[in-house]
Ligand binder design. Structure first.
Ligand code: SPV
Ligand code: MN
Length: 631
């Protein structure tokens, strides 16, 4: 038996069953960790969860009994609210705890480790005295896989525990198998004191502190998933830190199978900032989903292997309707375990969200309390039926398009990486990089996006967001870009790299140039390109589709006539905008990022030279037919 002393220290607080369950995992480091936080948080009760259905059912019941969720009319559906001011990731209070001499650069929130630990342990002191502590075991990635990471979550929120059961693979058995070998991530969360609506009330003490060296994250006085679900964005930061040391990648990426000719399935990853089309891309009708948020990417025998860290979806519900989102719509209207958060509860026991089919209800109940059409907040702003960042949480098995490879311990091999942001004026809808470095640099590392409601703060501001991962970086940006460049070295089958933009507007009218459904076509084109099945047009910024290929795909997939006029508007090269962007981002790397790989500047300068040359020959806005067609 491993050293059981720490467990013995807390034995009197544990039921014999809870003690037994912890002792059965022979990992002294785990026991020390659990004992420490039991002593600090001082919970009223402790529940240790295994992988059994019975334990999961207990957590679900606790979520309802505690009032953090309420059952809806549809079997399995529940509703959860957070405080009005606690419905997005709090970037300002998410910080890395850094030992002396470590610097992550100006874009990444950080503070002195000693100071942060003292503060957070002060906040955690006795914080669970009226709460149950849930201790949960998970596997990030498929179980029984060399690519996965074990994790333990301590929380006093049954909503957080319930969400994690939907979103992650339970890992108690994996932990038992690994015992002392588990190199695990650890998370301590407390929602703190709750108000009468069961919302965290001490938001001034909301903190998310990340200790990379000890693979530990602390989260207090908050309930929103992005701040609390340890295994999501908090684990992602720990994973990036570990990945850098070991030569793999943790990315803010969807993972999907795109269906090509003759039954061919080609896997893609796609990195998009929050609320910029990641989930809707992964859910394109006719394709299959493996994940919509976080992927681990490894190299094995010269090839890339990708796994979804998760097995569920914490999706944005705003705008989901029966026409554009057929599969999710169906799941959201069928029995099955789903948590709705921050939507409107209607008088008939159903829920309503902004943009749902049908008329806006006259009244109901939402994150602001009793709600009626036209209700205003304290600042005089109208409160919509649901919060913009309202979400649904479900297990991917509820979706008809889930990939049979989701739990494959070997992962899948992506043939393409896609990078996309919210860009109203520069990038064309889709283009392919010339090679790995060109793609990683000009599409990944140069990504900018306009801000959204997924984080607290102003919307619509253009921000630099390398690989859509800036919010989650735990290593300095320059080193992170270096990791991505290095990852391509030694690959016998490097994925093709693409840049997409679903948000391009007409330069004169300001109108969107694309329909929501157009992305299905870009994907089909990327699938063909990844296999070299279609030619392309070579522009200074990469390869773009030929009109006739898109025209055929629009016809085949959507039965739609795609006009040359639309094509020219969408795919003309906007030289001044591209030059401005390239220079703007280069300036960021030059002035604020330490250790930028020199190749980044070389590749960007070469792109600028190509753009300048094209402008001299063809002017500012260059239609596709001015450039050569290549195979
Ligand atoms: C995102 O904002 O990127 C999400 C939701 O996927 S959160 O859990 O808040 O990170
Ligand atoms: Mn995300």
């Amino acid at each position: 038996m491993a050293d059981s002393k720490p467990l013995d220290r807390i034995k009197s607080r544990l039921s014999p069953e809870a003690y037994q369950r912890l002792a059965a995992i022979q990992n002294p480091e785990l026991h020390a960790f659990v004992a420490k936080y039991v002593e600090i948080c001082n919970p009223a009760r402790i529940f240790v969860c295994t992988d059994s259905e019975e334990d999961k059912a207990f957590i679900r019941e606790e979520a309802i009994r505690s009032g953090e969720e309420r059952p809806l009319k549809m079997p399995g559906h529940t509703l959860h609210y957070e405080h009005y001011d606690d419905q997005g990731r709090d970037k300002e209070h998410t910080k890395f705890l850094l030992p002396p001499g470590v610097d992550l650069g100006p874009d990444i929130g950080a503070m002195d480790k000693e100071e942060g630990l003292a503060e957070i342990h002060g906040i955690l002191k006795d914080i669970m005295k009226d709460h149950t502590m849930y201790i949960l075991f998970f596997t990030l990635g498929p179980t029984n896989s060399e690519f996965s990471i074990p994790a333990v979550q301590i929380t006093d929120s049954p909503y957080v525990a319930h969400s994690e059961h939907l979103l992650y693979r339970s890992g108690y058995e994996d932990w038992r198998r690994l015992g002392e070998k588990a190199r695990f991530f650890r998370f301590v969360h407390s929602e703190g004191e709750l108000d009468e609506r069961k919302n965290s009330k001490n938001l001034h003490l909301r903190r998310m502190y990340i200790d990379n060296e000890n693979s530990t994250v602390y989260s207090t006085n908050t309930q929103y998933g992005g701040n609390t679900i340890g295994l999501k964005k908090l684990a992602m930061r720990l994973a990036i830190f570990r990945a850098e040391k070991e030569g793999w990648l943790t990315e803010h990426m969807l993972l999907m199978g795109v269906h090509g000719p003759a039954g061919r399935v080609t896997y893609f990853t796609g990195a998009f900032p929050s609320m910029c089309g990641k989930t809707s891309t992964a859910m394109i009708p006719g394709e299959t989903i493996l994940g919509d948020d976080i992927a681990y990417l490894f190299k094995k025998n010269g090839r890339v292997r990708a796994v979804n860290v998760e097995k569920g979806m914490f999706g944005i519900i705003e705008g989901i309707n029966s026409v554009d989102d057929v599969i999710v719509w169906k799941a959201l209207h069928s029995p099955g375990e789903i948590i709705f958060s921050n939507v409107l509860l209607c008088e008939d026991g159903t829920v309503y969200w902004n943009g749902k089919d049908g008329p806006v209800p006259e009244r109901g109940y939402n994150h602001s309390g009793e709600w009626w059409k036209g209700k205003k907040d304290a600042k005089g702003k109208e409160i919509p039926p649901s919060h913009k960042n309202a979400r649904f949480t479900l297990d991917l098995s509820l979706l008809e398009n889930v990939s049979p490879r989701l739990h494959d311990p070997e992962g899948v091999e992506p043939a393409g990486f896609i990078y996309g942001g919210r860009d109203s004026d520069t990038w064309m809808p889709v283009r392919q990089a010339f090679d790995w470095d060109h793609g990683i640099i000009t599409m990944g590392a140069f990504l900018e996006s306009e801000t959204t409601a997924a984080t607290l703060g102003k919307e619509g501001v253009r921000e630099f967001n390398p690989m859509s991962n800036l919010d989650f970086l735990s290593v300095p940006i320059g080193r992170y870009v270096g990791m991505n460049l290095d990852f391509g070295k030694g690959l016998t089958h490097p994925p093709a790299i693409f840049g997409v933009n679903y948000f391009l507007r007409d330069l004169e009218t300001g109108k969107w140039l694309n329909d929501k459904t157009d992305k299905a076509i870009w994907l089909k084109w990327m699938e063909l390109r990844a296999h070299g099945d279609v030619g392309a047009i070579q522009t200074p910024v990469g390869y773009i589709p030929k009109y006739e290929d898109l025209r055929r795909l629009f016809k085949e997939v959507h039965g739609k006539e795609y006009t040359k006029e639309d094509y020219v508007k969408q795919f003309s090269l906007r030289v001044p905008q591209f030059l401005a962007k390239t220079r703007r981002v280069m300036e960021i790397y030059r002035t604020t990022v330490a250790n930028t790989p020199p190749v980044l500047f070389q590749v960007a300068e070469a792109e600028i030279a190509r753009l300048e040359k094209a402008r001299a020959e063809h002017g500012d806005i260059i239609p596709p037919d001015k450039f050569p067609v290549v195979a």
